[in-house]
Each structure stands twice: as structure tokens, then as C-alpha cells.
Design a protein. Structure first.
Length: 221
């Protein structure tokens, strides 16, 4: 079983190679410039991390009133790599592919190990298989991975949800005051992300396809 587990992880890594390779051909488009423009303008005045953060916060405030009341994903959307140059845009798709892969793998491992009490090898095999299906068979890879603005708003937030749930499972499986405190902190973090993100980004359907009824406009309450 351990050998099969190792092989399953290797196979998952090999399946990701074409997706990673295509990341170097991606190019910024449309809203990448819209949201990244805020950070870009602040950096033109003072090239520092503090200035970049100010630009992202200003973008959050502006889009909260102008669009639909979201702010979690907007913060990350403002940091589109094109801010530092179009030649760095590939880092966005690489980040999206990586965070979804890690999130699904960790999520499934937490369920198999902490809930189903499966052994480590079995958990790894199942996690590798599920991760391969979710990441490699994504309905619309261009909008999910290779367009940073769209990907961070849906896939990025969905990955955050999976990591949050995995952490909750781990913390609920533990004992002691530290686990209780961390559980409260993690729950508050989840509330902030959910309250300021696209709610359909927190629905299971977005991992398999980005065409979702929640994709319409309108300010969230």
C-alpha cells in the first residue's frame, strides 16, 4: 500500500506537468489590468510593500462600493503579477494550480485520516486520485487557472474554503485549550473570507465548473 501511495503521488505530479507548462503561455487580459491598476499606480509613487498594500486596500474599498460588496478576493486580485511586468504573469496560474492541488489533497487527507480513521497510505492514494480528477478535469481551465482575475475569484476562494474545512476537522479532532482557541480564530477567519468573497466561490460546484448561477452581478448583502 505504501508503494502504491508513492506511485499515486508521482502520477499526480506527472499529470500536473502539462498544466504547469501551459502557465508560461498565459497572458493578462481585461480585469487583470483593471484591478492591478490600483497597486500599479501606488507603486509608481513609492516602490515598497507598504505602498502595494495601500493600493490593494484602496482597490478593495473602491470595488466594494462599485461592484458587489466583495473584498476578500478583490485584495488578491489587486496583486495580479502583471503589476510587476507582463513577463511575470505566469506566477498567477502557477499559484492557482498549486493552491487548488494542495487544498484538495489536504482536504481529502483530513477527511480520510481524522474522520474515517483510514491509514496514511490509503488516505494518500484517495487524496491523489480525487485531486487529479478535480484539477486535471476542471471544466474551464482557461478561466480557472490561466486568467488570474477569474481564477483567484473562484478557484482561489474555493481552495481557501477547503483549507479552512481541513483545519476545522484537524482542530475538532484535537483536545486542549489551544485547539479550542485556534478553532475560534479559524472560524472568525472563515467568516471574514465568506463575508467578503463571492459566495459561489464557496460552493462545491465551482471546482468542477466555473459556470455557476451565482456568477451574476449585484451587490451582496
Amino acid at each position: 500500500m505504501r508503494l502504491v501511495a508513492v506511485i499515486s503521488v508521482i502520477m499526480l505530479a506527472l499529470l500536473l506537468v502539462p498544466l504547469v507548462r501551459m502557465a508560461f503561455y498565459s497572458a493578462p487580459w481585461y480585469d487583470d489590468y483593471n484591478y492591478g491598476g490600483f497597486v500599479k499606480s501606488f507603486l509608481s509613487e513609492e516602490h515598497s510593500l507598504k505602498s502595494a498594500l495601500k493600493g490593494a486596500v484602496y482597490c478593495m474599498k473602491t470595488q466594494w462600493h462599485a461592484w458587489q460588496g466583495t473584498f476578500s478576493s478583490i485584495f488578491f486580485m489587486a496583486f495580479v503579477p502583471v503589476v510587476w511586468g507582463e513577463e511575470y504573469y505566469f506566477w498567477g496560474p502557477l499559484f492557482l494550480i498549486g493552491i487548488l492541488t494542495i487544498a484538495v489533497f489536504v482536504f481529502v487527507k483530513a477527511l480520510t485520516r481524522n474522520v474515517l480513521q483510514a491509514d496514511g497510505a490509503s488516505g494518500t492514494i484517495l487524496a491523489s486520485g480525487v485531486t487529479a480528477m478535480v484539477v486535471v478535469m476542471i471544466h474551464h481551465a482557461q478561466r480557472g487557472f490561466y486568467w488570474y482575475n477569474s481564477g483567484i475569484h473562484y478557484i482561489g476562494m474555493h481552495a481557501c474554503l477547503l483549507l479552512l474545512i481541513a483545519a476545522w476537522v484537524k482542530l475538532l479532532s484535537g483536545t486542549g485549550k489551544l485547539s479550542s482557541v485556534l478553532l475560534i480564530v479559524w472560524t472568525l477567519l472563515g467568516a471574514v473570507l465568506a463575508g467578503g468573497g463571492k459566495l459561489c466561490g464557496f460552493s462545491p460546484g465551482t471546482s468542477g465548473g466555473l459556470e455557476h448561477p451565482c456568477a451574476g452581478g449585484g451587490r451582496s448583502s
